[in-house]
Structure formats: C-alpha cells, structure tokens
Design a protein around this ligand. Structure first.
Ligand code: GRG
Length: 373
C-alpha cells in the first residue's frame, strides 16, 4: 500500500511552511473541532508538496490519474475529513458533557469536568466510533465506549501532569488540573474518571449483547492497568535519568504501553460493540498498534520541533529532562521515516476493507501522521 508514501511524508507534514499552525488556524481550525487537517482531499495534499505553480498542476494531474487506478486512495481523496472531524468532535463533546453533568460533591466533579471538557483532539473516541462503523455497527451504540476512552485518556493526562510524575503546568493550553484544584483533588478527579469510565460503559451501553460489553470492559481494563498505561508509565518513570542506558526496545515498550494501548483499546472496543468477527478484530488491532506507536513517535518529534503555544503543553520537555525519545535515539529524520512506515502499515491492515467504509480510519491514520499538536 503506497498511500502514505504518496501523500506527504511525515518529514514534510511536520515542517512544511504550508502546514504551519498559523495557516492551519487561519484556514481550517473549527471552533469545536480539535481534529483538523490542512486540506480535505488527498489530491490537494499531493499538490502542496510541490513548490512551483507548474509542478502544483502536474501533481494534481498525477494525483487524479493515480486515484482513478487506486480505489482506496480515491475514496480517501473524496472523504471530507475536515467536516467529518468537526461533526465527530461536536458529537463527542456533547456526549461527554451529558455523561458527566455537575453533581455533588462539586469539588471533585468540577475538577473532572475541567479536564474532560478542556478540548483535546478527541482522537480516541473518534477511532472508537469509526471502528464500530467500519464493521457495520450502529454508531450510537459505541458512544458510551467512545466517551469512556476520553475519560480514561483525560485521567491519564491529569495523573501524568502531577508533580510526582511529569510535573507539568500546562495542558490543552490551560493550567493543569492540580494547578487549579490542588494535587489532592487532581488525584481524586483522575481516580473518579477512571472508575466512572467503566461504570459508563456498563450502564450507558444500550442494545448491545452483554457479552460484547464484558469483552469491551476486559479490553479496556487491560489497556489501562499494569499491562497497559500503568506498565508503560512505570517503565518510563524508572528510565528517567538513565539517558543512553535506555535502548530502542525499552523505549518501544514504553510507547506501546503508555500511549498505543489506549488507542488500540479505543479501536478494538468500537469494533467489538459493532459486532466485529475475530478476523476484523485482528486487522483492527494491527491498524491500531501501528497508529498507536506512530502517535507517540510523532509526539516525540513534535516535542523537539514545535512550540508550547502550538502543542498546548510544555514543548522541549524531553530534551530539558534528558528523556530518551525516538529522535534522541534515531535522529529526527529516521524518526520521521519510522512514523511514515508505521502509518503505511496501518493502511495495509485495512487493505481488504471497502475503501469507502475504511476512509474514516485511513484519514485518522493520516491525521496521526500530520498532526501539529
Ligand atoms: C492511574 C490507571 C492509571 C493510569 C495512568 C499517568 C499514567 C498512568 C500514564 C501516562 C499516560 C500518558 C499521559 C501518555 C501520553 C499519551 C499522549 C501522547 C498524550 C497526548 O494525547 P493527545 O495528543 O492529547 O491525544 P489531547 O489533548 O489532544 O487529547
């Protein structure tokens, strides 16, 4: 599958002036959509790779010709990701707001809502919903699981930002939870979100066979526990200060557990709710493991190439804390190639699916490749 290669390699996505956040914000960032792509079609993406007017036109002609031959790419080219991501973010934000209304005791619920509704790209719930739809499931039925993924993600961000962990002051362009509510409340808000995520899946999922719901709970429990987020985080914490002592294998373990596990659980849970068969689950696991690792590789790249303003969190932290990252081990260029290879592998995992139905997951993979924050 050549799609990722033919679009825009990570090296250009991350640094092309045409893709700077300034132009992104001016042209495409939508009020309540935090997932945004520079262009809505593959043809126009291919076009921006070329500097001159003449080569721009040639690129468009070639892109159009290529697309005619490759149905998967043609479907992705026709897919309006900008509109899709705007609508999905809106839907997810409304569902989250409704799932966790203000309640007693306000001290902790306000703190939970502060972080949960602070924005964010909402990529985990978007993946969950897209996977459900890919396997023919009803979108509505996956909304509770999708919300739970964002609750768990938010919990992990609150805890990750604590002074005893990453000790960060800024998240999603706002002061971190403990800066606003204090460390004690932030810990409890994270704990409460963790518990509520499971309650929400069990309570709010309607008209889905109970065994699928139990399967989702198992999948998600594994992803956040010692075999998932906690496992990745502890190895990360214990690797601090080891510098070159941390090799690629350990780094990959950290990334796969700390970051990729929840992305995998998001995709697989959506697929389970939607009634996926074992082969579909296996394909989607492959897809999600690839985008999951790519997501963190891109995160490492952005940490050393972007700014705090663009990222909404402290940039340059990895270097300042002498943290081992993909760029520190492999260099920036090779790290971008690794991200490209992973995204291409994610596309490969979707090769046998209806191009039209797979377009959202393919576009989300491209978003992971080209994201700016
Ligand atoms: C307490 C059960 C339990 C688990 C928590 C703290 C911890 C264990 C794990 C840390 C996990 C973590 C914060 C990994 C980093 C993942 C990552 C790249 C986050 C950024 O995600 P984005 O870019 O953020 O999707 P937005 O703000 O857009 O949602």
């Amino acid at each position: 599958m050549q799609i990722g290669m033919r679009l825009r390699p990570a090296s250009e996505n991350l640094h092309s002036p045409a893709c700077s956040l300034g132009s992104l914000e001016k042209q495409q960032r939508l009020p309540s959509s935090n997932i945004c792509l520079k262009q809505s079609t593959v043809a126009s993406r291919a076009c921006t790779q070329h500097r001159s007017k003449r080569s721009r036109c040639q690129a468009q002609v070639h892109a159009a010709a290529d697309l005619a031959e490759k149905p998967a790419e043609a479907s992705l080219a026709d897919f309006d990701f900008e509109k899709y991501s705007y609508q999905r973010s809106k839907m997810i934000n409304q569902a989250l707001d409704k799932a966790l209304p203000m309640a007693y005791p306000p001290d902790v619920v306000e703190s939970m809502r502060y972080s949960l509704l602070a924005g964010g790209k909402r990529i985990r719930p978007a993946l969950c919903l897209a996977a459900c739809e890919l396997v023919g499931g009803d979108l509505e039925k996956a909304i509770p699981s999708a919300c739970a993924m964002e609750m768990l993600h938010t919990m992990s961000l609150i805890h990750d930002d604590l002074p005893s962990m990453d000790n960060d002051d800024m998240r999603r362009n706002k002061p971190t939870n403990h800066k606003v509510y204090g460390e004690d409340v932030a810990i409890l808000a994270g704990d409460a979100l963790l518990a509520f995520a499971f309650e929400h899946i069990a309570r709010a999922t309607k008209n889905v066979p109970a065994e699928r719901v139990v399967q989702v709970i198992c999948e998600v429990g594994k992803a956040v526990g010692a075999e998932g987020l906690v496992g990745g985080q502890i190895v990360d914490l214990k690797s601090e200060g080891l510098g070159r002592g941390v090799g690629l294998e350990t780094l990959q373990y950290i990334h796969e557990h700390k970051t990729a596990a929840l992305l995998e659980a998001s995709v697989v849970s959506g697929a389970i709710v939607g009634g996926a068969n074992p082969q579909q689950i296996e394909d989607l696991r492959k897809y999600s493991r690839s985008i999951g690792l790519a997501f963190q590789v891109v995160d490492d790249i952005l940490d050393c190439t972007s700014t705090s303003e663009v990222l909404g969190k402290t940039a340059g932290k990895d270097l300042a804390t002498d943290k081992t990252t993909y760029p520190s081990l492999l260099g920036l260029e090779r790290s971008k190639e690794v991200a490209d290879e992973l995204i291409n592998a994610a596309h490969d995992a979707l090769a046998s699916y209806d191009p039209l139905k797979a377009a959202p997951l393919r576009a989300l993979a491209e978003f992971v490749r080209s994201r700016k924050n």
